[in-house]
Design a binder for this molecule. Sequence first.
Ligand code: FES
Length: 281
Amino acid sequence: MDDDKYPPESDRRRFVKGVVGSAALAGVATTGGAAIDTLTAPSGEGGGATTYFGFENTGGPAPRGMPQIPVEIDSEGFVRGVFPEYETRTVGGREVDVAETEIAGETYSARWFQYCGVQTYAGILPDADQDNYFRYASSSPYDWQGDLSGRMHVDDFEEVGESYEAWGNGIGQSGLGKPARGTWRSEGIKAAETMPVEVIRSPIIEEKAQDDEWLAATTDRGVAARLNKCTHFCCVPGFKAQGDAANFGAADRIYCQCHQSVYDPFTVVKTQFTALPRPGN
Ligand code: FES
């Protein structure tokens, strides 16, 4: 026997066992998604091929859309992002934490956000104790945010500065929507692990949601949100945040200044990526 090709019997058995274990794990972790390549999946929990909804990538080197965060507005008008509760499932004798739920017949999973290092952030892990409200970021390219802090309120987009139906800042066309920079699930967590979000209240989203089941379920009064990490190399893009967006046909789009990727803020598409695993127990 060629020892290089065939490791000693005991090692080989261990290898085969490991593959079976991870295949079983992948079977649960990919509910609603495509099959995972179990042999090449990195170790840890909850990674693998994942179907998600994101704001469409329309230009530049980014490989895919940025993940949408389904929005809820509470009875007082504060805006929060839906985050699926974790539950522990036993798979192949091993306990695995899975966070997913159904929205409009689609599977929404915490895995949507497992890229660019976010998969290791405290706010995404099963033991995170967070309230899901979007809070204003301490710095923003949008003047209207001024000194706003704390939880975002739907009326802010109407009453602070120009209404979302008319707002503009000299970049591209006015009246398409009003963006705000925020954070999500990052209270009391070190700055390096802040989950950046951009929330846009837009009359276009409001109108589209009238005959789009997914948008109707994941936006409210024209408010839509996304994790604001470019899928190219993790920079923080923006809708009307950079004047040079106009040079790349992106004055009315979400534009990433790092390498000129462009995303459509009004079009959400269903697509796939390979989520990175959270650190294992
Ligand atoms: S285009 Fe490269 S990080 Fe956004």
